[in-house]
Write a new protein. Structure first.
Length: 675
């Protein structure tokens, strides 16, 4: 009984965002409006007030934001995450005697009660109490109001008008009696990162394949020469597969052949040779100075260089001899190579994270990331993180961010959902997803709703890749150029972060190694390719157009503003993104059938967007620069994939009406049920 506070009546529960009871922080990027919700209620019918308390971790005092009642005891408040770092937030609420009195006074006045003198004196007492809590002119003003309510010289109607005025309400809220307030028992955290953590276009390429048709191995200088191409296509991040020495023992040949031929370069993911390991550079790529120069040159094009972290070794990696205790050995004494039955990776030794010497191993792996961060790298794509312990990654990412807090980690974790989500919770900035295997309208709608409209949105940032060096989906194999265009538009407009493996993507490389395989024939993983990037059928200009649209339209910089619009044809998917005030709206329609024209009608939620449904409005197709005048909530479209399988409309002119509150959730629920 001693722990019970009899004067506290308010309950605060089901706070959102709250990741695993506060065990992990939620995620945001600078400039995000952090919306916090909670169930807040008390016994009886008294009026409640609530405040969202928030502060940057480096600040000692709390800032406050009011919370408003939504529906069914659900409340919402928000604050602006103006700078990077950890932000702390919680909620306080109380039964407010003055607002309860004020509400009852209004009801009595509306009901026509004639004598409210006693009730007005009660209000005067509440004002007098607030005057003692107030300071300066506010205290004098509130005390004056109290005297007015008590004065026999002032008429009742004037007293009621004063009591119900907005000014008195604002000041009384400011100096409310919080002596019996309840505060949520946990202080929750949100990790706020730089813009690139939530928005960006990634381009992956192999430096060794950039020697412009010659027989030689490509270099970092060749990468510099390719930077204008990447910039013109509109990419923000240039991701390079491992740049370290490649092993010789059990080196794989063309098309993953077990035996390599003379001159075969092997796969960059078989890391380590007599030249060195993770802190060394493959000598045919150039020197450390060349790599630093590439980073500097890329910045001139507003491009960041991302490196691959692949914690696995070739049999020739120096660690195999220097630290045999870091590897798993079979009963015959040989080192266990990597396997994912039936796949075998004889050229790769996995690290043994269960070793008794794990502390030394962890420390050395941390030093690898810090080494490349010292060279200027702030983005890492992490290979197969789901095959290493969770505790390691939480420690590793935390340690790196102590010295380099702006570092971004992309998890290449094609694995079970709960594993992917755990990796996101413990520190990975972004993650690869199942987008590659979601191709129908229903599959895409269900998956994107999971990512953007459930609690997963609070900690998991998707990065959509239509292809990778490992994955050539059947849709691309069979759909040709229209399929590549459609999947690109979907990736770039559904998700604020996406990437492609090029030049294979823009050149529509779609030949599989064998039927039923997602492996490329003549995969660049095992050989040096010479791409004809100047081909007339390249999608480079189309890609650049879409990336330009992304940059110029803020709705495409976020994911939580995604809403699906109904269509009359399952082969057409329609969705929209908008700014909070609906002043900027992007409506995208994609034909999912790569072989046939598809037509139908799409729904436009005019009232939810604040447009007068009785007036016409304009939509501007940003892909072809054509404008159309539409009328009403259903409009016809037809998309020929041989021409262009998508519209990216900016909704422009239209007669505006006041926006209804909570309109989009209700609208989408209605449309989903109708479809």
């Amino acid at each position: 009984m001693e722990s019970i506070k009899g004067y506290q009546r308010v309950i605060i529960e089901k706070v959102s965002p709250e990741v695993d009871g506060g065990r992990f922080p939620a995620k945001a990027v600078t400039g995000d409006i952090i919306e916090v919700e909670a169930d807040i209620y008390a016994d009886g019918h008294d009026t409640l007030l609530s405040r969202l308390l928030y502060r940057h971790a480096g600040d000692k005092s709390w800032a406050e934001a009011p919370m408003r009642h939504l529906i069914n005891d659900r409340w919402q408040g928000s604050f602006n995450a103006k700078e990077t770092g950890t932000w702390i937030y919680t909620i306080t609420a109380w039964v407010d005697d003055f607002q309860t009195w004020r509400s009852n006074l209004k009801k009595r006045a509306v009901a026509g009660e004639e004598d409210l003198a006693v009730h007005l004196v009660t209000g005067a007492g509440l004002l007098s109490g607030a005057a003692k809590r107030a300071r300066g002119p506010d205290a004098l003003k509130i005390a004056g109001w109290a005297e007015t309510l008590k004065s026999a010289a002032v008429g009742q109607d004037k007293k009621i008008s004063l009591a119900l005025s907005p000014e008195i309400s604002v000041l009384m809220d400011q100096y409310a009696d919080r002596g019996a307030s309840a505060t949520y028992p946990r202080e929750l955290a949100i990790a706020v990162e730089r813009e690139r953590a939530g928005y960006g276009a990634w381009y992956e390429m192999f430096p060794r394949s950039l020697a412009n048709g010659t027989a030689r191995h490509g270099t970092f200088r060749d990468c510099e020469a390719r930077l204008p191409y990447v910039a013109e296509a509109g990419f923000d991040v240039l991701y390079l597969p491992p740049i370290h020495p490649v092993g010789h023992t059990n080196r794989k040949g063309k098309n993953n052949a077990i035996t390599a031929r003379p001159g075969d370069p092997g796969t960059p993911w078989a890391i380590g040779s007599e030249e060195g390991g993770y802190k060394a550079i493959h000598r045919e790529l150039g020197t450390l100075g060349d790599f630093r120069h590439l980073i500097t040159k890329a910045k001139e094009y507003n491009i960041e260089i991302a490196l691959d972290i692949a914690f696995q070794c070739s049999p020739d990696h120096p660690w195999v001899k220097e630290h045999p205790e870091w590897f798993l050995r079979r009963p015959d004494g040989t080192v266990q190579y990597a396997e994912n039955p039936p796949k075998k990776y004889q050229d790769i030794y996995p690290l043994n994270f269960a070793t008794e010497h794990w502390r030394e191993l962890w420390a050395e792996l941390k030093s690898v990331a810090l080494y490349w961060a010292e060279q200027g790298v702030r983005i890492f794509r992490v290979d197969n993180p789901h095959t290493k312990p969770f505790d390691f990654w939480e420690w590793f990412i935390g340690e790196v961010k102590k010295d380099y807090p702006d570092t971004i980690f992309l998890a290449e974790a094609f694995t079970r959902p709960k594993v992917m989500y755990r990796l996101a919770k413990l520190g990975f900035t972004q993650s690869y997803t199942y987008f590659t295997w979601r191709n129908t309208r229903q599959e895409l709608t269900d998956y994107l709703n999971e990512l953007t409209r459930t609690e997963i949105k609070d900690f998991f940032r998707p990065n959509f890749w239509p292809n990778t060096p490992d994955i050539l989906h059947e849709y691309l194999q069979k759909g040709g150029r229209p399929a590549f265009m459609a999947r690109f538009v979907l990736a770039a407009t559904l998700c604020s972060s996406y990437g492609i493996y090029g030049p294979a993507f823009e050149l529509c490389e779609n030949v599989a190694r064998e039927p039923g395989s997602e492996e490329y024939l003549n995969s660049e993983k095992y050989e040096i390719k010479h791409w004809e990037t100047g081909r007339s059928d390249s999608l480079k200009d189309f890609i650049g157009r879409v990336n330009g649209i992304r940059r110029e339209n803020p709705p495409l910089h976020r994911n939580r503003n995604l809403w699906f619009n109904a269509t009359s044809n399952d082969q057409l998917i329609c969705y929209s993104k908008h700014t909070d005030d609906k002043s900027s709206i992007i409506l995208t329609i994609v034909n999912l059938d790569a072989h046939h024209s598809q037509s139908g009608t799409v729904n436009v939620p005019l009232q939810a967007w604040g447009f007068d449904p009785q007036q016409s409005y304009n939509v501007h197709d940003l892909l072809n620069d054509k404008r159309y005048t539409w009328r009403g909530e259903w409009n016809p479209v037809e998309l020929n994939p041989a021409v262009c399988p998508a519209h990216i409309f900016r909704v422009e002119a239209g007669v505006r009406l006041p926006l209804p509150e909570n309109n989009f959730d209700n609208y989408n629920q209605t449309v989903d049920n109708a479809v």
